[in-house]
Design a binder for this molecule. Sequence first.
Ligand SMILES: NC(=O)c1ccc[n+]([C@@H]2O[C@H](COP(=O)([O-])OP(=O)(O)OC[C@H]3O[C@@H](n4cnc5c(N)ncnc54)[C@H](OP(=O)(O)O)[C@@H]3O)[C@@H](O)[C@H]2O)c1
Length: 211
Amino acid sequence: MTTAIIGTGGIGSAIARQLAAGGETLQLSSADKESARKLAAAIGGAAVVALDNRSALQGADAVILALRFSVLKDVIDEIAEALSETCLVVPSNPVGLDAHGKVVRLLPEGQSSGEVVAGWLPAGTPFAIAFGTMSADLFESSSHRSPERAVLFYVSENEHGSDEVEHLIRTAGFEPVRIGGVEQSSRLEVSGDLHDLVVGSAEARSLVVGA
Ligand SMILES: NC(=O)c1ccc[n+]([C@@H]2O[C@H](COP(=O)([O-])OP(=O)(O)OC[C@H]3O[C@@H](n4cnc5c(N)ncnc54)[C@H](OP(=O)(O)O)[C@@H]3O)[C@@H](O)[C@H]2O)c1
């Protein structure tokens, strides 16, 4: 299958490497074209660089927006017309830096990033928050864990889960566990109880229901 990845920084490049290693075909786009080109060259034949963000979605089954939260809305607006048929996956955590360089949450307490992003999307866009639940280093070192794969938690609008997102998570070398709807996304972000956890399925499921 083909996935567009927009944003080839820390987490976008880690996701791209793991998906390509699992056999996914990638269409990459980034504000810095050189970073997308370098990543595609390092990955090899499985990755191509798109002309721009919108054309990255052409023929793609899913698009991963590996972007800082502060630029997400602008890029969603830019690609909105191409989104209706494409599953959108967002790894972004709603954090930024304050004037003193301290990491701060960009949304008010109690407001989930999943609900905010869902409100920016054209109606009916299949949408999930996934792939941002671990630091890029932990994500790559935990991929294809043996003997039991580690879990990657996600949230999706569809209460039955998302076949596309579960395909991507498995392709990247993890076992998918949906924790609920997009209103649950705070549990996955930097300060959430399910962030940076490397656990197997049984422990993951007890953590999801035990909260
Ligand atoms: N890094 C991690 O370990 C990690 C782990 C989990 C979740 N996350 C979350 O993932 C998100 C991205 O983090 P990151 O560390 O990967 O950030 P990053 O290294 O700054 O990468 C962001 C990428 O987005 C690109 N970009 C910016 N504006 C764009 C636009 N308009 N169109 C296309 N591409 C654009 C940037 O290109 P330029 O460099 O040219 O600006 C850069 O390649 C954040 O919300 C973060 O909280 C990160």
